[in-house]
Design a protein around this ligand. Structure first.
Ligand SMILES: C[S@@+](CC[C@H](N)C(=O)[O-])C[C@H]1O[C@@H](n2cnc3c(N)ncnc32)[C@H](O)[C@@H]1O
Length: 280
């Protein structure tokens, strides 16, 4: 009888252990695996980190990304990790590198960390963790740069990717531009109001332009990087004087503004432009 009970006890223990997911073998959602130094360098180079940046490393491990951001690029920043020993190790590493006044390491869950202060976010996490973080990242200030080692952000395509031994990917948080924008244009034929209907999936945009009662026209070469937008519209209001208009501008608080060039070469003219969002 005792032997039978013992046999069932061992079987129950085996079933319990076998049903524990593989990731439970490490205490947190992502195990500590340090990024090789050349990958760290490449991530920070790709993000174009400068002394004016505030870098936040999510899951900072032994602190190497932030310490490199401070020693090689002059940046400041904060690293968060749940592993207390790694926080101690990072602080000692920062001290040895002479940058402890520029970087800080905090024992904290990355999901409970306020990321608004960051101009650059670095991460070497797992795909599921990246995807849980994605809505938070997309809600950050337009222009915030995110660099990840190895794992992507699903169908939010990177703005740049470098593969040197490992993948390093860069995303720039895009401004929200989907909706209807009313453009005031100083055209040779006279001042006009054109409506642009923009659709957006992350940094990918397209749409149509509506001019009076004419059929919708194209918005050509549209591009969005952070809060910088560019596109081309065709001015065909006067058939004998058709010209492309090359727009560049900044999106801020429901207003786009900047400069457009009408025409090319010797006939090119430059004008200020402004558009207001009239429908989300
Ligand atoms: C793959 S390591 C990356 C370390 C470092 N960023 C690098 O690239 O060398 C991931 C780190 O995330 C930490 N981590 C896992 N889950 C976390 C969480 N929810 N909040 C903060 N840190 C976490 C782990 O302790 C580990 O140090």
């Amino acid at each position: 009888m005792f032997l039978l009970i013992k046999k069932y006890f061992i079987l129950a223990l085996w079933i319990t252990l076998a049903s524990v997911p593989a990731h439970a073998q490490w205490p947190y959602e992502v195990p500590f695996v340090p990024s090789p130094q050349v990958v760290v360098d490449e991530m920070l180079r790709l993000a174009n980190v400068t002394k004016d940046d505030f870098v936040m490393d999510l899951g900072s491990g032994d602190g190497r990304i932030l310490i490199t951001a401070a020693t090689k690029f002059g940046a400041r920043g904060i690293g968060v990790d749940l592993d207390e020993n790694l926080i101690f190790q990072s602080e000692a590493n920062a001290q040895n590198a002479g940058v402890s006044e520029r970087v800080q390491f905090i024992r904290q869950d990355l999901f409970k960390t306020d990321l608004k202060r960051a101009t650059v976010i670095t991460m070497y996490l797992l795909p599921g963790v990246n995807m849980r973080l994605r809505p938070v990242l997309l809600g950050l200030k337009p222009g915030t740069r995110i660099v990840a080692h190895d794992f992507d952000l699903g169908d939010w395509k990177p703005d740049a990717k470098v593969t040197i031994r490992k993948n390093a990917m860069l995303w720039v948080v895009p401004a929200k531009v989907d909706g209807r924008w009313r453009l005031q244009l100083p055209l040779p034929a006279g001042a006009q109001t054109w409506d642009m209907d923009l659709r957006q999936k992350h940094q990918e945009i397209d749409g149509v332009v509506r001019v009076a009662d004419r059929p919708p026209g194209g918005i050509w070469q549209p591009a969005l990087r952070g809060d910088k937008v560019s596109f081309v519209l065709v001015d065909n209001t006067v058939r004998e004087d058709e010209a492309n208009m090359y727009f560049e501008g900044t999106v801020r608080d429901g207003v786009m503004s900047g400069e457009f060039r009408r025409g090319v070469g010797a006939s090119q003219t430059r004008h200020a432009w402004r558009a207001e969002r009239v429908r989300p």
